[in-house]
Structures are given as structure tokens and as C-alpha cells.
Write a protein that binds this ligand. Sequence first.
Ligand SMILES: Nc1ncnc2c1ncn2[C@@H]1O[C@H](COP(=O)(O)OP(=O)(O)OP(=O)(O)O)[C@@H](O)[C@H]1O
Length: 254
Amino acid sequence: MSVPSDNPVLNAVGLVFPADGSVLRGAHLAVGEREAVAVLGDAGSGKSVLLALLCGMLEPAKGSLWASGRPLHVLPTDQRQTVFRRRFGVLPQDCRLLPELTVAENVALPLRLAGMRSSQAIGRSRVWLERFEIEDHASSSAADLPKPILRRAALARALVGDPTVLLADEPLADLSVPTAESTARILRSIAASHGTAVVVFTREAMTAAYFDRTIKLADGRTDTMAATAPPAAVPLLASSEQAAEFGLPLGRTR
Ligand SMILES: Nc1ncnc2c1ncn2[C@@H]1O[C@H](COP(=O)(O)OP(=O)(O)OP(=O)(O)O)[C@@H](O)[C@H]1O
């Protein structure tokens, strides 16, 4: 069982899926504000299923799910889906973008769907593209993007709505070592600066090692490994424009 956070932003207790427990037979996960954790499991261990249960794409046969102390499992489906839509950002493994839109338009899409006007949504989208160091691709067509750009654009899209929880399936796959390191640093800084709980799902121990704590998934259950060394000081927002955009101070470190 994962080490429970004192005040978990996301708390999953005893998740079973499907009813016979053949994929998950008791998954627990508690992630606190400002934490960036990794769920580490072999191929086929159930990471994508766990991610789907945590963001409401699948329903558990048993278990409960809490967000900031609020029991989501007792809410009617429509209310629960509203919470997921407003408070959760998801990076799916396939990272698909809409090929008929530009990269910036794709990243802005969650804001447009929430009713924000185009210029403001694109402005916010560009801030996130800068954050992930792919602003040069803002006006490119999203069709046929190289995988490393696609993955970071999909991360920007998952974060543009300022979610309380980010669930990211293999966010560092296909990235070179320096880009993986900088992307991991950005994800940790987002946890620290925005209070977003970051949960990364990976089969790579090297990827898990970038984050604060590793939760091992095997045999349908979760278990916590020794906490990884705390990451070095993480610079937060790169510019005063970015800080102003989010109403945050500059230069704080974890
Ligand atoms: N909706 C579903 N209903 C029932 N079983 C499922 C469902 N989705 C996936 N599975 C099964 O759950 C098991 C775990 O799959 P999952 O994709 O979660 O593994 P994973 O750990 O994400 O693997 P990988 O690292 O290869 O992505 C597989 O046997 C898969 O067939």
C-alpha cells in the first residue's frame, strides 16, 4: 500500500478491476499537494487501467476515490465527470492531437471547450508551449509532428486548464536524456509551484527515479518503494510574464 499523504489531493482506496480482480485486486494511492510521484510497473501490470480508473474513464468494481477529501465515488456520474473534467489533466499514452489544428490550437482546446475566448486561450497555450520549450512549433500543423514534440504538446494540453491532478502515462517516452530530464524538472516544478499533484505511470525505473516517490504496481496491487532522493532545487517560472500569467511569485525553489 502506498504511504498515505497527510492531506491527499488524490486518494484511491482498494480499487478492484474488473469484478474478478484479474487486472487490479486492491490498488491504493495517496498523493499530496505539491507531490510528484511515479507508479512503476511492468508492461501489462495495469498502469493504464489504474490511470483510467483514477480519471473516471473506467469504473472500479470495488474501492473508493477521493479528491481533496471529497468522495467522488458517491457522486452521481454527471457530477463526478464534471469534477474529472475541471480538476484532472490527463496525458494518454498515445498523445493524439487533432491533425487539422495547429499545435497551439490543440493545446488551447480544453480552454475553448470550457468557454474561454480564442485569443486568451491561445495566449495561455503559448505560455505552456514556452514552458515545455516547444514554442517554435506553436503554428505548425499537429499532423506528423515528431514524437518528442507531440508528447510535450500533449503535456501542455493536459496542464493548460491548471488541473489539481495531472495523470501522465509515460510522459518521458521517446525523449532524449536531456529533454527527459528537463521535462521531469518541469513536471516537478509544476507540482511545487501550482500545487498540482503529479502522477506519472511508467515501466522505466529510470523515469520513476526523477520523481519524489515511487509506487510499485505488481500482481494487481500497489506497494511503495523507498523514496527517491529529493530532487535538486527546481527553478519555477522562467519569466515574469509566466509568473504574472499564473499569479505566482518568481524564483521559489522546492
Ligand atoms: N477496459 C479493460 N477491461 C478489462 N481488461 C482490460 C481493460 N483494459 C486493459 N485491460 C487488461 O488489463 C491488463 C493490463 O493492461 P494495461 O494496459 O493497464 O497495462 P500497462 O501496465 O499499462 O501496460 P503497458 O506498460 O504495456 O502500457 C491487460 O491484460 C489488458 O488486457
